[in-house]
Write a protein that binds this ligand. Structure first.
Ligand code: F6R
Length: 371
């Protein structure tokens, strides 16, 4: 049942290209419009949306953070993302024209469900993104898009995360479409890029050997902490890389917005501390690229060992980092579909080298049904 892999997590990492292709399959109709699975709200309801809140927990929350960048860029609707467990306790301002997007692989996470119920009490519309057909959160939502990742057995989320990203991009593009044709060109260009993503994810998976080696080296060196840094959509990817390492290897791992380092966390760096930097494409938003190169220089000057996840052929990054993991070129907003993958493998390999059970980490359950 593990399909020749030693663990479910490894199998699920390898299923990601097919899983993302399944998420996208048939979702774009003959007129180029994105179709949701269940919609109990009208196009007019979508057009009336003047604010979006994304609520989720854990890895799903990281998918939500990426989505905020995409939705604001494509639709110009203000979008907030919040941990479901915090959302309702701060009395958020919601009304009929607020769209709440709830992301939950299981569809049963109690924190997320309670946040959804709170949103509905305030008359907000709820759209959910879930991997589990007929689960509670989709049943209580006004619209649903299923991720179709297939059953995820390993406790640590991998393919569910990538398919959540793909589904979230579709929702963002759907919102852009129902709200007018102003962004039509951009929407169709992004759709083409999305359709190309599974092939690129497969390429990333083919080239994971250097990441595995790095992970084994870190384990052998007795590494007790790993820092992850990123900017823009690379920031949630850094958080996700750190979460994977914490839950699987039981190591102290933290993700930071790279610009925040100098405001405190840089004092964590000692000689040899591994820092994994998520580097955006040097094309396009090159300002972002320059900034992260400065951040790499800052940590290197304090002794960090820098491992950079960057676009293939990025010579500037190779000149500054100790090691580079290359991913195929991609538009900035879609890059997390690629850059998250080596971090999953890094955590799995490091944890395995430390003798951990990566499918069943201690203290964790696949579905968290208590608040
Ligand atoms: C981490 C992980 C958890 C879940 C979180 C939300 O690898 O799997 O952080 O992402 O418990 O679960 P869902 O998406 O089922 O609501």
């Amino acid at each position: 049942e593990k399909g020749g892999f030693e663990t479910f997590m490894r199998k699920e990492i390898h299923e990601q290209p097919a899983a993302v292709a399944d998420t996208l399959r048939g979702r774009i109709d003959e007129t180029g419009q994105i179709v949701l699975d269940e919609v109990r709200m009208s196009d007019q309801d979508f057009r009336d949306v003047d604010k979006v809140f994304i609520i989720a927990c854990g890895t799903s929350y990281h998918a939500g953070m990426v989505t905020k960048y995409a939705i604001e860029h494509w639709t110009r609707i203000p979008c907030e993302v919040e941990l479901a467990s915090e959302f309702r306790y701060r009395d958020p301002v919601l009304d009929r024209s607020t769209l709440v997007i709830a992301i939950s692989q299981s569809g049963e996470t109690m924190d997320t469900l309670m946040a959804v119920r709170h949103a509905k009490d305030q008359k907000a519309r709820v759209l959910s993104i879930s991997n589990t057909v007929g689960s509670t959160i989709p049943r209580e939502s006004d619209a649903v898009l299923y991720t179709r990742a297939g059953i995820e057995v390993a406790v640590a989320s991998t393919k569910a995360f990538l398919t959540q990203l793909a589904a979230c991009y579709l929702v963002g593009l759907h919102l852009a479409q129902v709200r007018g044709i102003k962004y039509a060109d951009e929407v169709s260009a992004v759709l083409d890029e999305l359709v190309a993503a599974p092939g690129k994810i497969a390429k990333v998976i083919e080239h994971l050997d250097p990441v595995r080696q790095m992970a084994r080296d870190c384990a052998a060196a007795g590494t007790d902490r790993v820092l992850f840094i990123g900017r823009h959509v690379g920031y949630p990817v850094a958080l996700e890389g750190a979460l994977k390492l914490k839950e699987l290897a039981y190591l102290h791992a933290e993700g930071f917005a790279a610009g925040e380092l100098k405001h405190g966390p840089i004092s964590l760096i000692e000689d040899g501390t591994p820092v994994i930097a998520i580097v955006p494409s040097p094309r396009g938003r090159s300002l972002l690229h320059d900034k992260i190169i400065s951040n790499i220089q800052e940590v290197k000057a304090r002794g960090a060992k820098v491992i950079a996840v960057c676009e293939e052929g990025d010579r500037i990054t190779s000149a500054h980092a100790d090691l580079v993991i290359e991913t195929p070129a991609s538009p900035t907003l879609l890059a997390p579909l690629l850059t998250a993958v080596p971090l999953q493998e890094f955590a799995a390999e490091l944890a395995t080298a430390l003798g951990r059970d990566i499918d069943q980490p201690r203290n964790l359950a696949k579905s968290v049904t208590v608040e």
